[in-house]
Write a protein that binds this ligand. Structure first.
Ligand SMILES: Cc1cc2nc3c(=O)[nH]c(=O)nc-3n(C[C@H](O)[C@H](O)[C@H](O)COP(=O)(O)OP(=O)(O)OC[C@H]3O[C@@H](n4cnc5c(N)ncnc54)[C@H](O)[C@@H]3O)c2cc1C
Length: 323
């Protein structure tokens, strides 16, 4: 059941920020996650503030410095189909193409995709779990086959967005506007650790809106990919995903970024594993060492140890495909 709520269609960014300043007000982009949360009564929605009229937040454009700007209201389908994104930022185009179903990609936006709430079945039910102010994370000793093996605790949900994992690998930045003005945040610093704040997933303050995603310039010798493992081919969240960015030099890897999805409460960068690639030629031995290092800190729960092997396999396959 959804409670009655007020509906505001903002005519400007300033109007949206102002409308969001009251208690119980929630931003609506494509609505594919927000309305599900409202229906499940995860939080009390008193006002829905739609930004769908704000044309300046839509579209993909090349920037003078060679980077690319993506408006927060750009649909996931448009990102997956964009020729410049496919050519220069393959990891993002592939992640966008891996999101949900065609209908959800047409309706869902990049801003909404990275700000969507977790899919943990305890959180999405009427159980008062830790994340909703209750006494404990019920996944810890409960049904935890889809939960975190890395970075978990005290809450063990996994971050749900495919595009966010790619954007962390890409070192993207987010432009944010709110009651205190505008700022930029590195994608890598956007998501929060449940150890610091269990009730929220990102650093957005009340009334703040992500307005655009900024992709940095990438050199012609960069190769990237996104590999997702899910229970079904469509309409399914990642059991594991791997975003890889490699900077190559003379046939060897100069630098690497590897970020995991579906295994931790935030996109999980495996910096120690990345270091093993520096200066190396990509082959099976190196890939196996990188895969082992990536899961060295894994602490599986009762029912999700399978994810350890799945991460290793996904990393080795990704590196083999890029070699
Ligand atoms: C059946 C199903 C399967 C799915 N499978 C996948 C999947 O495989 N991979 C995946 O990544 N996702 C998946 N999703 C999630 C889906 O991609 C998201 O619902 C969608 O991307 C959200 O975008 P939206 O524009 O509809 O966001 P909304 O529903 O409008 O918003 C989502 C949340 O983000 C906030 N928000 C939205 N835009 C902004 C902004 N610009 N600034 C600040 N806050 C904002 C809203 O307030 C709300 O809390 C699935 C969803 C469903 C229902």
């Amino acid at each position: 059941m959804i409670n009655n709520f007020a509906y505001v269609k903002a005519g400007s960014l300033a109007e949206a920020v102002k409308a969001l300043s009251t208690k119980g007000a929630y931003l609506h982009a494509g609505g594919t996650d927000l309305l599900g949360c409202a229906r499940n009564e995860l939080f009390a929605v008193e006002k829905v503030v739609s930004i769908s009229n704000l044309k300046q937040l839509k579209g993909i454009s090349a920037q003078p410095d060679g980077g690319v700007k993506i408006g927060a209201l750009t649909t996931i389908a448009d990102i997956a189909a964009s020729v410049p994104i496919k050519a220069k930022y393959a990891v993002l185009a592939q992640a966008a193409a891996a999101v949900a179903s065609p209908q959800l990609r047409e309706q869902g936006t990049i801003g909404g995709n990275i700000c969507q709430r977790p899919r943990c079945w305890y959180f999405r039910s009427d159980i008062q779990c830790l994340k909703k102010g209750g006494p404990r994370c019920y996944a810890y000793n409960g049904e935890n086959q889809y939960h975190a093996i890395l970075g978990g605790g005290p809450c063990f949900f996994v971050h749900p967005s495919d595009t966010a994992v790619a954007l962390v690998a890409l070192q993207a930045q987010l432009a944010i506007t709110g009651p205190a003005g505008s700022k930029t945040v590195q994608m890598e610093n956007f998501f929060t650790d449940p150890k610091k704040n269990v009730s929220k997933e990102n650093v957005l303050l009340p009334g703040e809106i992500v307005t655009e995603v900024r992709l940095p310039v990438v050199s012609a010798t960069t190769k990237s990919s996104y590999r997702k493992v899910a229970g079904r081919g469509s309409w399914d969240f990642a059991l594991t995903s791997v975003a890889v960015m490699l900077q190559l030099e003379g046939g060897n890897v100069r630098t690497a970024r590897i970020v995991l999805g579906g295994v931790a409460p935030y996109p999980y960068r495996v910096a120690e594993a990345e270091k093993l690639l520096a200066g190396k030629k990509l082959d099976g031995t190196v890939a196996a060492a990188v895969a082992n290092a990536a899961v060295a800190g894994a602490v599986p729960l009762r029912d999700n140890a399978y994810k350890v092997e799945m991460v290793k396999g996904a990393i080795e396959e990704s590196l083999a495909a890029l070699a």
